[in-house]
Design a protein around this ligand. Structure first.
Ligand code: R2B
Ligand code: URA
Length: 309
C-alpha cells in the first residue's frame, strides 16, 4: 500500500512538472535558448525562474513591459516598477520580465514567432523545475459580431475550417495536434470578469489565421481575391461555428501547452467588429484602454489565486 501511495504521489508530482516531449533534450550537456539569450550553462535557471507560477505572453514588447509594471503594482511588491529589467536584454527578438511569481514575455506576431518563443519558454520552465504553472495569452483580436472593447475568453482555438486543431509540417508531412484549452481556467476567468465593473466579456471560439489581411477576410490589404459578399459569408459561417474573434497565435499556443501538460488560457480584446469593417479606426487612447482589459482580468485571476482578494 505504501509503495502504491508513493507511486501515485510521484505520478502526481511529475504531472505537475512542465514536461518537454523530446527524449534528446536530456542527453544535451548544454541547452542554449538562443532567442532568449539564456543558457543552462551560463544561467542558473532553477534559481532565476523556479518560483514562476503564472506566465503571461502577448505580442507587443511594450505592452508586456507595461503589464509587468502593472502586475508589480497590483501585487504591491517592493521595489520600483520603473526599474524593471528585461531578462532577454541580450537579444531584441523577445522581451521578458519577472515580477514575483509572474513572468511576462512578448512573442511577436503570428504562429511562427510565438512557436519559437514557446519552444524556448517550455524548455526554460522545464530546466527551472517549475511546477503548477498556468500560461495566459493576453492579446488583441478582431471581433466577430461583438462591440469593440469586448473581452473574449477562448473556449476552443480553431483553424481556418473552424476545427480545434493545429496543423504543422514536420519532415514534409502534416501532423495535427488538438488545441483544447483548460476549461476550468476559462470558466474561472469568466466568473471573475463578472466581478469587474464595465467589463463586457464573452466566452467563445477563437479563429487563428496565418495572415492579418486576406487570411482574415479583409478587403483592405495590398491584395484581395474575393468579394465583399464572400467575406461576409465566411464571417457568418465562422459566427455559426461559435467563433467570436480572430487572431494569429491561439492554435499553436493551445496545442504546445497541451502536449507539455501546461494549463493555458487565451484572453483577447476585440478592437473592432469585423461585420462592420476592416480598418481599426478607434483613437489611440481608446485602443490603449481596450488592450489593458485582458491585463486587468488576468491580474484579478492571479490575485485571487494568490489569496490577495
Ligand atoms: C493580434 O494582433 C496582431 C495583429 O495585429 C496579431 O499578433 C494578433 O494575434
Ligand atoms: N488582431 C488581429 O489578428 N486581427 C484583428 O482584426 C485585430 C487584431
Amino acid at each position: 500500500i505504501l509503495l502504491n501511495c508513493m507511486g501515485n504521489d510521484r505520478n502526481e508530482y511529475i504531472k505537475q512538472q512542465v514536461q518537454v516531449k523530446n527524449p534528446y533534450l536530456d542527453t544535451m550537456e548544454e541547452d542554449i535558448l538562443y532567442h532568449f539569450s539564456l543558457s543552462t550553462k551560463t544561467h542558473n535557471l532553477p534559481e532565476m525562474f523556479g518560483d514562476i507560477k503564472f506566465v503571461c505572453v502577448g505580442g507587443s514588447a511594450n505592452r508586456m513591459k507595461a503589464f509587468a509594471q502593472f502586475i508589480h503594482q497590483e501585487l504591491t511588491l517592493p521595489g520600483n516598477p520603473d526599474e524593471i529589467r528585461d531578462i532577454c536584454e541580450g537579444t531584441d527578438r523577445y522581451c521578458m520580465y519577472k515580477v514575483g511569481p509572474v513572468l511576462s514575455i512578448s512573442h511577436g506576431m503570428g504562429v511562427p514567432s510565438i512557436s519559437i518563443m514557446l519552444h524556448e519558454l517550455i524548455k526554460l520552465l522545464h530546466h527551472a523545475q517549475c511546477r503548477d504553472v498556468i500560461l495566459f495569452r493576453l492579446g488583441t483580436s478582431g471581433g466577430v459580431g461583438l462591440a469593440p472593447g469586448t473581452v473574449v475568453i477562448t473556449d476552443k482555438a480553431v483553424d481556418y475550417s473552424f476545427l480545434p486543431q493545429f496543423e504543422q509540417v514536420v519532415l514534409g508531412k502534416v501532423i495535427t495536434r488538438s488545441t483544447e484549452l483548460d476549461e476550468g481556467v476559462a470558466s474561472e476567468l469568466l466568473q471573475y470578469s463578472s466581478e469587474l465593473q464595465n467589463f463586457p466579456t464573452v466566452i467563445g471560439n477563437t479563429l487563428c489565421t496565418h495572415d492579418f489581411y486576406e487570411g482574415q477576410g479583409r478587403l483592405d490589404g495590398a491584395l484581395c481575391s474575393f468579394s465583399h459578399e464572400e467575406k461576409l459569408e465566411y464571417l457568418r459561417k465562422a459566427y455559426d461555428a461559435g467563433v467570436r474573434n480572430i487572431e494569429m497565435e491561439s492554435t499553436v499556443f493551445a496545442a504546445m501547452c497541451r502536449v507539455c501538460g501546461l494549463k493555458a488560457a487565451v484572453i483577447c480584446v476585440a478592437l473592432l467588429n469585423r461585420f462592420e469593417g476592416d480598418q481599426i479606426t478607434s483613437p489611440h487612447d481608446v485602443l490603449v484602454e481596450y488592450q489593458q482589459r485582458p491585463q486587468v482580468l488576468v491580474s484579478h485571476f492571479i490575485k485571487k489565486r494568490l489569496g490577495l482578494l
